[in-house]
Design a protein around this ligand. Structure first.
Ligand SMILES: Cc1cc2nc3c(=O)[nH]c(=O)nc-3n(C[C@H](O)[C@H](O)[C@H](O)COP(=O)(O)OP(=O)(O)OC[C@H]3O[C@@H](n4cnc5c(N)ncnc54)[C@H](O)[C@@H]3O)c2cc1C
Ligand SMILES: Cc1cc2nc3c(=O)[nH]c(=O)nc-3n(C[C@H](O)[C@H](O)[C@H](O)COP(=O)(O)O)c2cc1C
Length: 767
């Protein structure tokens, strides 16, 4: 094949090499706009896995690269006058310029023709003479941007400013240096990539950048300013730029996240940064470019595979890998963009939060990397959790947590889950066993399902209620069992179904109206949940008084039944959520319109409940932190305001759920997918939060808690199939002080022994 590679970066050069290795008869030319040896950037970081991949693909170039790689293990985080060092991170890096030289030499040796100082124009007719034109022309690809529709280009220009500099100061550890200045926070990412050279990337928010006046400085002035700011880390070494072609503030960039729906059009194929980018803070762009090149060369040379099929497979396989990395990169990018959310942390927790920012590195990964450091974090966590009383080195999930006078023995909670099994709202033997079993299963706090404050406030005929003496007696039996037979606390979740009421039992059809016996429903406005649901009656002020009083009566009954805590359910599209969400609330009175108005009734209900509930006992509120509807619904920004508003009325904990507030929601699922909302409310609003949503491993719980992304973690579905989730986690983590019912001690001891043996066998296999 006759092939033109546009751009002599890692992608273009490595693709040319990989094609020649597979079939020397290919005629390949690489066109690079710069002269040899002229490039932007300094060092790049690799992983061991990337080195394995390039070694398998081309042992010759990999050998030279390997000989020149710089290795380092530690990460230093400089923050508020402290340096936090953790080890075992195992980085490798190489200078970008040197990497390109190695690849250029190898390409020439294999017969690739290299043209330098060759600016390529996508409209030039000469490209038609090539079988394939590889657009390996980087993130600002002209060849991609010449056909934006054909490639389905999606560019997200990120908020922060950064400049990629170099220095002769040799950093022994991968270094993050955070400086607080009168203009805001500014920080550097620095690492050695050669015996005498380090990369030094400076980053800050656009606001800080402008306030410094970087937008008005020449490149030399910017560099001099950065040298002064980071003088204490540079030991007299200077900073240098090799973006000499860029003038003034242009050396400062905003990172562009690029995605493409299609990776080929006609004879043009996108490769590397032209097709996708991953934020520099996770250091994977070069790896992706090299791996794209290997995969594309493999497929184009596979016997019997048509060009069309090869290109389909190229995109299908590589885009999956890219998606995973872009997800991690997004988390990492956002962490730096919202840095000020975390600057109130103590240095140790700040460093932990930084290390786990992409969610690729978890608590247990950190233990494998540097056990001693992780144990320092655990001791710090326990000390704080116990106001200095405990110096224990144990997983954060087992640390106690206090809300008013109620102390939960650990941070795991059984999330509220409707069981649809009550008759006339009365919990029965099923509920007794269900809640009892989960309480002895080791969780610190057990929530009841949404318990309804009136018969017509039920979701289904099977919902539990709290509106008469039978309910009090039945709940009291359950609460007494929890208190006498376990160390768990129990929280009563109270709610009213609103527009989502009068529907079938969960397993007979979610949100589907009853076949017969429907009762009328009311809500903030006459907006039905879906076309098949009833049109609700908009509530009058008299209705509001009635419902508020029903909530208050239910709180008083909850007190009689002995509950430790009460939660108001203001999430998931039920009555109160229907007031808060602009998608359901279309009122024009003082209960509709602005967020302040929409919150008025839910806050009134909460305040009335709070007044009826003893001061020493805590209350929480469950909210949907987003409607998953973009700007037209509740946004995570507003969720902070909602959390703050309830806190002002006396909420001690914000239980942060999301969505289910309108039928057309577009949620983005994944591991711990709602935790970012909890993180935001906790650290921007400075409120105690509980995270929930696809948290299913002890490692998730510990990572969330230690990183300060929530104070409690709630698990729903995992507890459906495993009431003993917490005990099992304790066995797996070898934590001995968990509350095991005495009747079950033997089983617990055996489980712990077996799990320990299995973990040791797995570790031996890894070695
Ligand atoms: C600050 C920063 C730090 C980074 N750190 C890392 C890291 O640690 N590890 C890592 O793996 N990645 C890192 N990256 C990303 C990495 O640089 C890119 O992902 C990688 O270079 C992609 O390779 P590429 O060949 O696709 O594109 P590029 O390296 O951008 O190469 C494209 C080439 O095409 C040439 N070109 C462009 N247009 C034309 C034209 N019209 N005609 C002729 N030639 C043209 C350019 O001059 C360039 O040489 C970082 C990026 C930035 C911005
Ligand atoms: C069967 C079932 C019933 C639920 N009922 C309620 C409920 O009554 N009140 C509530 O706030 N959330 C309810 N939820 C939502 C859960 O509390 C939780 O937020 C959600 O399942 C996500 O957590 P998970 O990924 O751990 O399951 C229910 C979830 C399930 C699976």
């Amino acid at each position: 094949m006759k092939i033109a590679c546009i751009g002599g970066g890692p992608a273009g050069l490595y693709f040319a090499i990989s094609m020649k290795l597979r079939d020397p008869s290919h005629e390949i030319e690489v066109f690079e706009r710069n002269a040899p040896g002229v490039t932007f950037g300094w060092g790049v970081v690799f992983s061991d896995l990337t080195v394995d991949n390039i070694t398998r693909n081309d042992p010759a170039s990999a050998k030279t690269i390997n000989e020149e790689l710089a290795h380092w293990d530690d990460i230093d985080v400089h923050f508020r006058g402290e340096t936090i060092t953790s080890g075992g991170h195992g980085f490798i890096g190489i200078g970008r310029k040197r990497l390109l030289e190695i690849l250029q030499d190898r390409a020439r040796a294999l017969g690739v023709v290299l043209h330098f100082n060759a600016e390529c124009d996508p409209t030039d007719s000469k490209w038609r003479d090539y079988d394939l034109v590889i657009a390996s022309d980087g993130s600002n690809s002209r060849f991609r941007d010449a056909q934006p529709e054909a490639f389905g280009v999606d560019v997200d220009v990120r908020a922060n400013k950064f400049v990629w500099l170099g220095t002769s100061k040799v950093f022994d550890a991968f270094t993050f240096a955070f400086e607080e200045t009168e203009h805001g926070w500014i920080w550097a990412h620095a690492y050695r990539f050669a015996p005498d050279c380090s990369t030094f990337i400076v980053e800050c928010s656009e606001e800080t950048w402008r306030s410094f006046g970087f937008d008005r400085m020449s490149q030399d002035e910017s560099i001099a300013s950065c040298e002064r700011l980071f003088a204490r880390y540079l030991d007299g070494h200077s900073l240098q730029s090799n973006a000499t072609h860029l003038v003034g503030s242009a050396a400062w960039l905003n990172f562009k996240r690029i995605k493409c729906e299609r990776w080929s059009s006609g004879n043009v194929i996108l490769l590397g940064d032209a097709a996708h980018t991953a934020h520099f803070s996770i250091g994977s762009g070069t790896k992706l470019a090299l791996e794209d090149a290997i995969k594309l060369a493999d497929l184009l040379n596979r016997k019997g595979l048509s060009l069309e099929a090869a290109l389909d497979e190229y995109q299908a396989e590589r885009s999956l890998e890219v998606l995973k990395l872009q997800n991690s990169a997004r988390n990492s990018t956002e962490w730096f963009e919202t840095l000020e959310r975390y600057t109130h942390f103590e240095p140790l927790q700040f460093a932990y939060s930084l290390l786990t920012r992409s969610q690729r590195i978890s608590h247990e990964n950190l233990r494998l990397r540097d056990r001693e450091w992780l144990e320092t974090v655990e001791r710090w966590f326990w000390k704080r959790a116990t106001e200095g009383k405990s110096n224990k080195t144990a997983p954060p999930m087992f640390a106690p947590f206090k809300l008013r006078e109620m102390e939960v023995m650990n941070r795991v909670t059984v999330s509220p889950m409707a069981m649809y099994s009550a008759v006339d709202g009365v919990p029965n033997d099923f509920h007794f066993v269900h809640y009892g079993e989960r309480a002895i299963g080791g969780a610190g706090l057990v929530f009841t399902e949404m318990t309804c404050v009136s018969p017509e406030g039920r979701i289904s005929p099977g919902c539990t209620g709290m509106w008469n003496g039978d309910h009090i007696a039945a709940w009291k039996r359950i609460v007494d069992f929890v208190h006498t037979q376990s160390k768990a606390k129990i929280c009563l979740q109270l709610g009213h179904s609103g527009a989502k009421g009068s529907t079938k039992l969960g397993w007979e059809g979610n949100d589907v109206p009853l076949d017969d016996g429907n009762w009328p429903v009311m809500a903030a406005s006459d907006v039905p949940w879906s076309p098949v649901n009833q049109v609700p009656r908009p509530m009058t002020r008299a209705d509001m008084d009635t419902v508020r009083d029903q909530f208050v009566a239910a709180v008083r009954m909850g007190l009689e039944a002995g509950f430790d805590m009460v939660e108001l359910h203001a999430a998931h599209g039920y009555l109160l959520a229907g007031f808060i969400s602009p998608l359901q609330n279309k009122r024009t009175d003082e209960y509709g319109g602005s967020l302040e108005n929409r919150l008025r009734f839910p806050l009134e209900v909460f305040a009335a409940m709070r007044a009826a509930w003893p001061k020493e006992r805590p209350m929480s509120v469950r909210i949907s932190a987003t409607d998953w509807a973009g700007e037209s619904g509740i946004t995570p920004d507003e969720a902070v305001l909602i959390g703050e508003a309830f806190a002002q009325e006396g909420a001690d904990l914000i239980d942060v759920s999301a969505g289910q507030t309108w039928a057309g929601q577009q949620p983005v699922y994944g591991r711990m997918f709602q935790t970012p909302f909890s993180d935001r409310i906790r650290n921007e609003g400075k409120l105690a939060t509980m995270a929930v949503g696809n948290i299913y491993e002890p490692d998730h719980a510990n990572s969330i808690l230690a990183a300060g992304r929530a104070d409690l973690v709630a698990l729903a579905r995992p507890h459906l199939v495993d009431p003993f989730w917490t005990l099992r986690a304790a066995a797996a983590l070898d934590y001995r002080e968990v509350a095991v019912p005495p009747q079950y001690l033997n089983g617990m001891a055996q489980l712990a022994r077996n799990m320990k043996r299995e973990a040791e066998a797995a570790a031996a296999l890894r070695v």
